[in-house]
Design a protein around this ligand. Structure first.
Ligand code: BYC
Length: 320
């Protein structure tokens, strides 16, 4: 590298650091360190994959919804998740990676998606609990991402968070109906909360001491809070909601700490978390197999769209 090139490179790096320090946004055409780009591709792609894989546990109940009203709500929610996946893949593409490549990394198991979607949805109460706890956890995690230093990701998150808020409310409203229903419905609700509580806490990632990426991601303004801070925020937000529903959260260590002005709570089973994210959760194989099948079944759509685009290009070139 020549001396001029070297000083240009320093200038670009200094510009990047200044933008981050001033809490301004990095945009796709700005220079950025390779590791910043790689971290964003990893996180945004995992996030996009989670939205798409996350359609499966709820989609499983679409044909068994207990009423037309519940079916319409669930259908709208599952469609929203597909939309979130699209915004996020589009945001990842601004970093110079192709969506085809990202899909390939997902279906070959080279990229992760959220641990939570490797658990089965076993009853209709699970549909409410996914909305309440899973989307509730997602909101806690994602609202700060609206201030992420990378512009396209932050802007996608603004839109996604508005929709997540509807998702959480529809879940809570379904659960409130069950809570005011029969003893059997209340038992179904409690059983579902018992299964989903700990996996929901795991959504925030490993404890801070075991999180290799948090420090650097916070220094770059990608993450605004640590995994443990957001987990605490979620617990504090959820406890009064559980009381309103009349359900017990399955944690004997859960209690209000007057001194900290926050709840103390127990440790999730981190061995289970490690197993789930390394592919050995209850539904990992099923989720990936389903995604792979859907991708193969969609090949003709991609081929038709590509052929149509080529035809349009040829027509426009002919006109020119
Ligand atoms: N599941 O250093 P750490 C939704 C991985 S979709 C799986 O703390 P980071 C919804 C992590 O990737 C919501 N893997 O990482 C959709 C890393 O592994 P690699 C999805 C996890 O990135 C449909 C390693 O563990 N939300 O709401 O600093 C229907 C070490 O972790 C998990 C997002 O994706 C996990 N739970 O922090 C309903 C939010 N946790 O990549 C609802 C965006 C950690 O080094 N993502 N890992 O091999 C984030 O905010 C961050 O990536 C995380 C992890 C907080 C998740």
């Amino acid at each position: 590298m020549s001396v001029t090139e070297q000083s240009q490179a320093w200038e670009l790096a200094a510009d990047f650091e200044r933008t981050i320090a001033a809490d301004q946004r990095i945009e796709p055409r700005d220079w950025m360190p390779a590791a910043y780009r790689a971290t964003l591709i990893r996180q945004i792609a995992q996030h996009a994959h989670s939205e798409i894989i996350g359609m499966q546990p709820e989609g499983n109940w679409l044909l068994r919804a207990p009423s037309l009203r519940r079916k319409t709500i669930l259908l709208a929610k599952v469609q929203d998740e597909a939309g979130h996946g699209l915004y996020l893949y589009a945001a990842a593409e601004t970093l110079g990676i192709d969506r085809t490549e990202l899909t390939e990394r997902l279906i070959t198991g080279r990229q992760k998606y959220s641990s939570i979607f490797n658990y089965p949805a076993l009853s209709y109460a699970d549909i409410g609990v996914i909305g309440w706890l899973v989307d509730g956890a997602a909101i806690c995690n994602q609202v700060p991402l609206c201030r992420c230093s990378y512009g396209p990701y932050a802007r996608a998150m603004v839109r996604i968070c508005k929709e997540e808020s509807f998702h959480q409310r529809q879940g809570f409203e379904l659960l409130l109906t069950m809570a005011n229903g029969t003893d059997e419905q209340r038992a179904m609700l409690q059983e579902s909360v018992d299964r989903w509580w700990w996996p929901s806490l795991m959504m925030f990632g490993p404890p801070d001491v075991d999180s290799p990426n948090t420090r650097q991601s916070m220094a770059w303004g990608i993450k605004r809070h640590t995994n443990d801070e957001l987990r605490q925020r979620f617990v504090d937000m959820t406890v009064p909601q559980a009381a309103a529903l009349g359900v017990t959260l399955p944690d004997p260590a859960l209690r209000w700490n007057e001194e900290r002005q926050a709840h103390d709570f127990g440790e999730p089973d981190w061995r289970e978390f490690a197993a789930v994210i390394s592919g050995a959760g209850p539904c990992n194989a099923q989720r990936l197999a389903h995604r792979r099948r859907a991708h193969e079944n969609g090949a003709w759509v991609r081929e038709a769209a590509t052929a149509y685009a080529a035809k349009q290009r040829a027509r426009l070139a002919g006109q020119g």
